[in-house]
Design a protein around this ligand. Structure first.
Ligand code: ASP
Length: 344
């Protein structure tokens, strides 16, 4: 059964774990599994969207959730769920990850991604690759098949080849929309308009994708994949592949995937900060996530948001921008949202 929850993102208790069911704890029963995704935060408003575009975004987010939920419902691992869900979003030209990634100043697409397991704090990440079709799978390979956590540029690409991952021509990542956005960003820069998420061209700077999943075994995995920010230079790498900044998972607390102005997320170690507030101050997931995104980041001027879930299957999706493509699934429950006024 599908329905759209309006209240806070607490598990509703359908088809959930037996102990709790027998205890009759309707409100706070731990769901058998949970998955939450985002497709980027930014200035996403109804006025910039056509009905067709909106339907396409919602359908693609729903299809991504179907993939991850399918894995989890069958008892698959959170690791597989996160990888497969993110691959589907990377393959979609709608989002700033894989196909559809934003362009660097020089007109290239340089991709960053990370994945982390909450059970043992294993992690893998890559920065600045230009020929790997699915960066999230390369991040997984770094985690599973190498002694390292982070690889970048040509070395990461050589490793991808060695691991038999799909290599594509850099042209594969081209989309006209993102190329036009680069031209506008360069023009704005010439006119000395502000950079970053401000300025006229801000509508085209969002679209990173991320996913966090809790599997039936109680393990949490988080992943994030992005093209970074339009008009980036000098092999700039953002927060997404930095463990503790854009991506973090710990079975003892929560899993987090971030999206927004990466430089702020790096300096405020956003993902780990949410986990640390839960670990050291005993805050709930929602309290911790709100504290970081709606208070600390707002005061700092860092625009963006995150999706997160804890080991009880609670979900938080705070953002301080106009909108964030987002959604989640738990047994019998499905939510997909875009705008601020749909906020749970
Ligand atoms: N956080 C990403 C970066 O700075 C961009 C985004 O999420 O839109 O690379």
């Amino acid at each position: 059964m599908l329905f759209f929850a309006l209240g806070a993102c607490q598990p509703t208790g359908e088809a959930n774990d037996k102990t709790a069911e027998t205890a009759g704890e309707k409100e706070s029963v731990k769901p058998a599994y949970a998955i939450v995704i985002h497709g980027g935060a930014g200035t996403i408003t109804r006025s910039m969207m056509t009905a067709e575009m909106e339907a396409e975004y919602r359908a693609t987010l729903n299809a991504a959730l179907d993939i991850g939920e399918g894995v989890l419902a069958q008892g698959g691992s959170a690791l597989d769920a996160v990888e497969q869900t993110i691959r589907s979003l990377e393959d979609s030209p709608l989002f700033n990850a894989g196909k559809g990634a934003v362009f660097t100043h020089e007109g290239k697409n340089e991709l960053d991604a990370a994945i982390m397991m909450g059970s043992n704090l294993a992690a893998g990440s890559i920065g600045g690759v230009t020929t790997v079709r699915n960066p999230i799978s390369l991040a997984r390979a770094v985690m599973e098949k190498s002694p390292h956590v982070m690889m970048a540029g040509p070395g990461a690409e050589e490793f991808a080849k060695e691991q038999g991952l799909e290599i594509v021509s850099p042209d594969y990542f081209f989309t006209q929309k993102r190329f036009d956005a680069l031209q506008k960003a360069i023009q704005e820069e010439k006119e000395k308009q502000p950079m970053g998420y401000t300025g006229e061209n801000r509508d085209y700077k969002f679209g990173t994708v991320g996913c966090v999943a809790l599997d039936k075994a109680g393990h949490i995995v988080a992943g994030t994949s992005t093209g970074g920010m339009t008009n980036k230079r000098y092999n700039r790498i953002g927060d997404a592949p930095i463990i503790g900044a854009g991506t973090y998972a710990n079975d003892a607390t929560c899993g987090i995937s971030c999206t927004g102005h990466g430089e702020f997320f790096i300096r405020y170690t956003v993902a780990h900060d949410v986990s640390a507030l839960m670990e050291y101050q005993g805050l709930s997931l929602q309290e911790a996530a709100d504290k970081v995104v709606m208070d600390k980041l707002v005061k700092a001027g860092g625009e963006g948001g995150l999706v997160a879930l804890d080991r009880q299957g609670n979900i938080a999706m705070p953002f301080n921008s106009e909108g964030m493509y987002r959604g989640y699934a738990r047994p019998g429950e499905r939510v997909v949202e875009i705008y601020k006024d749909e906020k749970n």
